[in-house]
Write a protein that binds this ligand. Structure first.
Ligand code: ATP
Ligand code: MG
Ligand code: MG
Length: 384
């Protein structure tokens, strides 16, 4: 059969494997980890570093197209693969998105608003930073995720200390904004430029990690409809501006004053799009496989209101001690609208994404009630 290739072996890769295999493809996963979630379900695991020339050559030989499931893959690896097979997203697009300084500059150049910020390459940049950026968040420019590599800083002195703590690597200082809520848009764009857009997800984060995504049938009018339209138009402009191929997510902040800002771009399927597996005609992972294989994209249509709850390792530790207890999956599945997805990670650690549950119900009120029951059954914080 035909092979599709993947750089990275986490849960996004695992769900990609499932979708690609359903379409009849075999999947080869290049992952430096021995037993990552994707490698466990892949048809072949190339156990190598992301910049290993032999591993990359094997992947390119085997596969007609290669994609990535995380944003920190060396852009150079994508570039060298592209000499041998189709690669999406392209190295140039990933290079922009994986560096917060370049990412913000690119978005702003598209005429799309981002948080007030300053690029911080040296202490002097912090010493001269606008007073209006405090209180702020200092974020490392590269390699951060799930709120890692970020420090909330009340003052310039705290920012300088945090910069030193991060080892003086390039950072971005952002003003700490008064958020009303957060939303995200997942887009898939084929090699022919055809684009489909998933419904807007409304996201709640806890400690910098996504906790809950809520997806309603599209608002037809009112302020929400306007925001959704604006977010969709921005996401589309970003995908086109990057000449992006594959699946991309744009995270937005909605401020208390109603303004919409782009937070960041993820060059891959996104945690806030996991609901699409159970609640949409075509999932974000199937779109990724279709896009890279040059197949037509599928309908992103939402079948019913949905709520996704992330399952972090914390619920394996129901009390303050380090004693582990397996969550009561059967109790969660006693809610018939709940669809459980576990990523097969060996070790449950606090703050680690272990799985998610999507609740798909006829009405949003029902979905909310069911989500409360699922959360209670698993010991998750009550979804807001
Ligand atoms: P991801 O896992 O989404 O890649 P990340 O580590 O790149 O996360 P961000 O998306 O930058 O982190 O921030 C994580 C969360 O922290 C945001 O979703 C938001 O809730 C909060 N946050 C980040 N920046 C700001 C800001 N400038 N003002 C207020 N809240 C913020
Ligand atoms: Mg990020
Ligand atoms: Mg984010």
């Amino acid at each position: 059969g035909d092979w599709l290739g993947l750089l990275g072996g986490g849960q996004l890769g695992r769900m990609f494997c499932h979708a690609a295999q359903s379409l009849g493809y075999k999947v080869a996963v290049l992952d430096p980890a021995a037993d990552g979630p994707a490698a466990m379900v892949a048809d072949r695991h190339i156990h190598a570093a992301y910049d290993d020339e032999q591993g990359l050559a094997e992947l390119a030989r085997l596969c007609r197209a290669v994609t990535t499931e995380f944003e920190n893959v060396p852009a150079q690896s994508l570039r060298s693969l592209a000499a041998h097979c189709r690669v999406s997203p392209a190295a140039d697009a990933v290079a922009v998105v994986q560096d917060r300084i370049a990412e913000k500059a690119f978005i702003a150049a598209q005429g799309i608003a981002v948080a007030p910020h300053a690029a911080v390459r040296a202490r002097a940049d912090l010493e001269q930073a606008d007073e209006a950026l405090f209180p702020g968040i200092l974020k490392v420019a590269r390699l951060g995720y799930d709120g890692k590599g970020q420090a909330r800083v009340a003052t310039r002195a705290e920012a300088l200390a945090a910069f030193d703590d991060f080892g003086g690597v390039p950072c971005v200082l952002e003003a700490l904004l008064a958020l009303d809520h957060e939303i995200s848009v997942v887009i898939a764009r084929g090699f022919d430029g055809a684009t489909v857009m998933f419904p807007v997800a409304r996201n709640v984060h806890r400690d910098g990690i996504l906790a809950v995504s809520t997806v309603a049938l599209a608002a037809l009018s009112g302020p929400d409809a306007q925001l959704e339209q604006q977010a969709g138009a921005s996401a589309l402009a970003i995908a086109q501006g990057l000449d992006y191929h594959g699946v991309l997510c744009v995270e937005f902040f909605v401020l208390r004053d109603g303004r919409l800002l782009v937070n960041e771009i993820a060059p891959r399927p996104h945690n806030s799009g996991h609901y699409s597996i159970d609640a949409c005609v075509t999932s974000q992972f199937e779109q990724q496989a279709r896009a890279m294989a040059g197949l037509p994209l599928g309908s992103p249509g939402l079948l019913a209101p949905a709520i996704m709850l992330n399952i972090l390792g914390d619920i394996w530790y129901p009390d303050a001690s380090d004693a582990q207890r397996e969550p009561d999956w059967a109790a969660a599945l006693a809610v018939p609208s709940a669809k459980l997805h576990l990523y097969g990670k060996r070790e449950a650690r606090r703050g680690r994404k272990m799985g998610h549950v999507t609740i798909v119900a006829a009405t949003m009120a029902q979905a909310r009630a069911d989500a409360m029951r699922v959360a209670a059954a698993l010991g998750l914080p009550a979804p807001q």
